[in-house]
Design a protein around this ligand. Structure first.
Ligand SMILES: [Zn+2]
Length: 257
């Protein structure tokens, strides 16, 4: 039965190709398979590695903003994939809300944090202002109001109004590291109850990775090397935040149990 493995492989290939050629439902199935695939071996965490949901903004019929030849849904997906690669290299488990050009509602995206028991949620977007605007730089949003389950995760002693479930601290860490990695203009962190971060049941941030309406910034964003630096900065921020949270382990573990 030497040929048996070959037949199995062929069948898998046929199934994969049929799925690719098939409906969106098949694509969902493929994504499910991807999420369950073995993790890379070079990891900082072994058992109990934290899981992060990486959300590429917009998708499908929702293209997001369009300016200077950039379509937000495409660039957000590109950066989200780079963030995923960086996080996986650090041993973090990642679930992407979408890995292709697919529409998901904000609720569907946020719900994945609960489904997968995520330790953190990061949404990737590109910013816009009116045509010809000089606005540029990176800013990170967090929600002040989050579901009770997220608020309960807040470490003891954390002050109210500083963001639910550690999201303000998370936003600060990501913002600092992404600006450090890119040397972009630092527009700071902002509290705003965007649904996608407000409804996630874990610390959640939305990173506006730069203004595509700004000619210079959109030119930088079109360079793959620059998008790598953006992704590195976000991923390092996520990892640093997760490590900090682990330091507060007993508090969080006690609440989660
Ligand atoms: Zn957007």
């Amino acid at each position: 039965m030497k040929f048996y493995p070959f037949i199995t492989l062929s069948l898998q290939t046929v199934v994969a190709f049929s799925a690719l050629a098939g409906s969106a439902l098949s694509l969902v199935w493929l994504e499910g398979r991807q999420a369950a695939a073995p993790l890379p071996s070079q990891r900082m965490w072994n058992e109990g590695a934290p899981l992060v949901v990486v959300d590429a903004g917009h998708g499908g019929h929702d293209g997001g903003a369009v300016a200077n030849g950039v379509i937000e849904k495409n660039m957000s997906l590109d950066i989200a994939k780079r963030v995923t690669k960086e996080l996986e290299a650090a041993g973090v488990r990642v679930v992407m809300t979408r890995s292709g050009d697919r529409f998901l509602s904000l609720d569907e995206r946020a719900a994945l944090a609960g489904t997968h028991g995520a330790a953190a949620f990061v949404s990737v977007h590109l910013n816009t202002e009116g045509a010809g605007s000089e606005a540029e730089g990176i800013e990170t949003y967090f929600a002040e109001s989050q579901p009770l389950s997220a608020r309960q995760r807040m470490p003891a002693g954390a002050t109210q109004g500083q963001g639910a479930g550690g999201s303000a601290e998370f936003a600060g860490t990501v913002q600092r590291l992404v600006c450090g990695a890119t040397k972009a203009v630092d527009r700071g962190i902002k509290a705003r109850d965007y649904a996608v971060v407000a409804r996630a049941v874990c610390p959640a941030v939305l990173v506006e990775c730069g203004f595509i309406t700004n000619e210079r910034e959109s030119a930088r964003l079109k360079e793959a090397g620059y998008r790598d630096r953006v992704a590195e900065g976000i991923a390092r921020g996520v990892v640093l935040f997760l490590q900090t949270q682990q330091g507060k382990g007993p508090v969080i573990a006690a609440v989660v149990k």
